[in-house]
Design a binder for this molecule. Structure first.
Ligand code: AMP
Length: 196
């Protein structure tokens, strides 16, 4: 199963992807996590990405497409993967289609987590507070001001990804404002239908 989780920042993509990893045994490919790891390790990609990530902007298509192209070559991605935070532009979606086609593969489904954007800033504030309380590092971009820039980037570049896949009949929407367990159930029902 090769699927994409779509939705604005704070929609719950990472939470659902982590659960799917455990229950379906396919890896989560989160460009945000991979970029944060590159920043922490001080790699050339990390050095290029750090400032733009901290400001809430988007890292260049060339960088993230390169990261994903390398990652899907890893053996654990052979049986499928969950893309979380990628593609974030139509150009990334097209690059993904080309890389999969070159391997004779295609995407199975795109799940769009639909959320009330007015409530997202509160979720981000809570995520930062929870991380702090758990003694975990708080993401620099989980800050109300930076969040506004992230949401603006979503509207400017990423909102067009949904219609791109909808035109191919690949999108299934899930109400992402439900409790986590219910979002999970809705996603599982969609995946069951997709497998049938
Ligand atoms: P995320 O963890 O998905 O919210 O990503 C955190 C940050 O990493 C984003 O705000 C962007 O700066 C960068 N990023 C992650 N994925 C992408 C992507 N596919 N394209 C461009 N920038 C990305």
């Amino acid at each position: 199963m090769r699927l994409i989780l779509l939705g604005p920042p704070g929609a719950g993509k990472g939470t659902q992807a982590e659960r799917l990893v455990k229950e379906h045994g396919i890896p989560q490919l989160s460009t945000g996590d991979m970029l944060r790891a590159a920043v922490a390790a001080g790699t050339p990609v990390g050095l290029q990405a750090k400032a733009v990530m901290e400001s809430g902007g988007l890292v260049s298509d060339a960088i993230v497409v390169g990261i994903i192209a390398d990652r899907i070559e890893e053996p654990d991605a052979a049986k499928g993967f969950i893309l979380d935070g990628f593609p974030r532009t139509v150009a990334q979606a097209e690059a993904l289609a080309d890389m999969l086609a070159a391997k004779g593969l295609k995407l199975d489904i795109v799940i769009d987590l639909v959320v009330d954007e007015a409530k997202l800033a509160d979720r981000i504030i809570k995520r930062a507070a929870d991380a702090k309380a758990a003694g975990q590092p708080v993401r620099k971009d989980d800050d109300p001001e930076v969040f506004k820039t992230r949401l603006a980037a979503y509207h400017r570049d990423t909102a067009a990804v949904r219609p791109h896949y909808a035109a191919k009949g690949m999108v299934q929407s899930v109400d992402g404002m439900q409790p986590i367990a219910q979002v999970a159930e809705a996603i599982d029902r969609i995946l069951e239908r997709a497998k049938a």
